[in-house]
Structure formats: structure tokens, C-alpha cells
Write a protein that binds this ligand. Structure first.
Ligand SMILES: [Zn+2]
Length: 93
């Protein structure tokens, strides 16, 4: 994580862009959670149009979030497992 930060810092192109990226990275969580205001969304979207670094981290976050929520949706006990548990319970009774 630490090396990643150094890398990003070294690649920071122009002055002023850095603070924009900082702001955008703070907005990222809100954007991913769908909690950003429309003003924030506008700022965010216009920034990632020209900033590859932020665009990429947004893509990664979206992907991660998608994986997590996708995983959560699938956390349902499979029927076979339910049967297995029932069988085990019956065995012990
Ligand atoms: Zn940026």
C-alpha cells in the first residue's frame, strides 16, 4: 500500500492536480455507495474524464464493490447443505 502511494505521488503531473485527486479520492467512496450529491458527481465525472489515475481507481472500486455485493447476494445456504444438516440432526436424534 505504501509503495502504491509513492508511485501515485511521483506520477502526479501538474501542481494543483494533486489536490483535485485527493478530493476525488474522498468522493470515490461516496460515488461507489451512491451517496454523492449531484454536484459531487459532476465534479467527480469531469475529473475522471481527464485523470487516468482516478478513473482507474474508480473502475477498481466499482469492480470490488460489485464483487462484494454479488457475493453477498449469493450467500444463501444451498439446498443440498440444508438437507445435509437436516440429515445430521435426524441422525443424532
Ligand atoms: Zn485524479
Amino acid at each position: 500500500m505504501e509503495s502504491k502511494f509513492t508511485e501515485v505521488y511521483q506520477n502526479a503531473p501538474a501542481e494543483g492536480k494533486e489536490t483535485e485527486c485527493e478530493k476525488v479520492s474522498l468522493l470515490l467512496d461516496l460515488m461507489i455507495d451512491g451517496e454523492a450529491s449531484s454536484e459531487d458527481q459532476q465534479y467527480f465525472n469531469s475529473h475522471i474524464e481527464d485523470c487516468v489515475t482516478c478513473f482507474e481507481s474508480h473502475q477498481k472500486q466499482k469492480l470490488l464493490k460489485g464483487l462484494v455485493s454479488g457475493h453477498l447476494k449469493r450467500v444463501i445456504v444451498p439446498e443440498s447443505l440444508a438437507h445435509l444438516i437436516k440429515a445430521k440432526i435426524q441422525e443424532t436424534v
